[in-house]
Design a protein around this ligand. Structure first.
Ligand SMILES: Cc1cc2nc3c(=O)[nH]c(=O)nc-3n(C[C@H](O)[C@H](O)[C@H](O)COP(=O)(O)O)c2cc1C
Length: 217
């Protein structure tokens, strides 16, 4: 894979071909890239809700009404739409769940190593919870890493995508009962194959030049 070609080929699709569906095995690859995303102290403060049926997409479309309706056709017409949800706190035993998974995955040579990881994770979690008071924002940053990986992975397997921050967070949280699970909506990602009518497919990519965005020491 030519990673630079993949990055340049990825663009934000604005209209989808309603007749084309992403094969399940391709979606499984994208799910695995998302799940394997890195996060600070391996916090994995995320949950992903996938809609690929008209009924499922109609539920997510409740988050792209009114002032967000410029995104509605992407949600309804794409093959799959993923809602990236982020944790707002550690309630529900999240830290314990992480630690036990790491134990099952063979990360700890002994109990001392396990206790050390728990202590380190709690230290940084409490730094953001009590000192910086930005735990939800810190968690959001981690979830955005998964979004970026999903978009690059999709491009690598020839799938078009649309990240959407233009969403009604409150409407989606209510529709999906996210608060009861300690979660909140963050961003939508439509996935599929662009339609002929997609004006953005024909436009050149525009980025600031390397000398403006990099400083080499
Ligand atoms: C976090 C994020 C949120 C975005 N939200 C929207 C959105 O709500 N609707 C939309 O059509 N495009 C959205 N975009 C697409 C950006 O406008 C687009 O990425 C940017 O103009 C660069 O163009 P490119 O993706 O085609 O390279 C979003 C992009 C990002 C990364």
């Amino acid at each position: 894979m030519d990673i630079v070609a993949t990055a340049k080929q990825r663009y934000t699709a604005k209209a989808y071909d309603t007749n084309r569906r992403i094969p399940d095995e391709v979606m499984q690859q994208i799910y695995e890239v998302i799940r394997n995303s890195p996060s600070s102290v391996n916090s994995q403060p995320w949950h992903f809700i996938v809609a690929s049926t008209p009924e499922g997409k109609a539920r997510l479309a409740k988050g792209v009404q009114g002032g967000y309706s410029f995104n509605e056709s992407k949600v309804r017409d794409a093959s799959h739409v993923i809602l990236f949800c982020t944790r707002v706190d550690t309630e529900g035993g999240h830290l314990d769940r992480l630690l036990e998974q790491e134990d099952r995955d063979g990360r700890f040579a002994d109990e001392a190593a396990k206790a050390g990881t728990a202590k380190g994770r709690l230290h940084f979690t409490n730094l953001h919870r009590y000192t910086l008071k930005d735990l939800p924002q810190w968690y959001e940053k981690q979830t955005y890493i998964a979004l970026a990986n999903a978009m690059t992975a999709a491009a690598a397997v020839g799938v078009d995508s649309t990240p959407m921050e233009g969403i009604d967070v409150a409407a989606l949280d209510t529709e999906l009962g996210l608060h009861e699970k300690g979660l909140s909506s963050l961003v939508l990602l439509a996935l599929g194959y662009h339609a002929e009518s997609d004006f953005n497919a024909k436009l050149p990519k525009s980025r600031l030049p390397q000398e403006q965005v990099f400083t080499f020491l």
